[in-house]
Design a protein around this ligand. Structure first.
Ligand code: IMP
Ligand code: MG
Length: 178
């Protein structure tokens, strides 16, 4: 285990199980639809890569980059689009892939954004959900795992750009924040 990690919250094995279950539901729900799966970089990169490989259907993929927390662990509430998708979403079904929903600000912004671009439907799959921290209500159709109000890293999730490459999800030691 990494020296900065206090405890593993979700093991590699559990992550695989979660991804498999989500992929089965998505395949079933979108089997007859033209879906664009949009990953929110960078946090969702590892989850997205595993999720799309687990799908049976051949969907299109794309990516967006939105302004992050910078080096903080709290949301500023303001969200900016830094990199847009590179195909039209007009008349298409969009599924946003997020690593974690916290305040809800990021996903609230993205859902509205794709509707203003005339997407037919916009849904969300998130690996983790911290419902206790929500500031804005966002309907989330697919949730991998609900977690308590703790700051987690690994499997794409970072703290100040570190720990993204860990194959498991862990809770940081408190001294790393102070
Ligand atoms: P929201 O806009 O507050 O819902 O935040 C969503 C984004 O905040 C996620 O895409 C993550 O990048 C980041 N985030 C929220 N909670 C955590 C966490 O526990 N660990 C790492 N990143 C987090
Ligand atoms: Mg993120």
């Amino acid at each position: 285990m990494h020296k900065d990690i206090e405890k593993i919250l979700v093991s590699e094995e559990e992550l695989k199980e979660i991804v498999k279950k989500l992929a089965e539901k998505i395949d079933k729900d979108y089997s007859k639809k033209e879906l664009i799966i949009v990953g929110v970089l960078k946090g969702s990169a590892l989850f997205m890569a595993d999720l799309i490989r687990a799908l049976e259907n051949d969907f299109k993929i794309d990516f967006v980059v939105v302004s992050s927390y910078a080096n903080a662990s709290e949301s500023s509430g303001r969200v900016n689009l830094i990199k847009d998708v590179s195909q039209s979403v007009k008349g298409k079904d969009v599924l946003i892939v997020e690593d974690i929903i916290d305040s809800g600000n990021t996903l609230n912004f993205l859902v509205n954004y794709f509707y203003t671009k005339n997407a037919d439907s916009v849904k969300i799959v998130t690996l983790f959900d911290k419902p206790d921290r929500r500031q804005v209500e966002v309907p989330v159709q697919y949730v991998g795992k609900i977690i308590p109000d703790v700051f987690i890293v690994g499997y794409g999730l970072d703290y100040a750009e570190n720990y993204r490459t860990l194959p498991y999800v862990g809770i940081l030691k408190p001294e790393i924040y102070s």
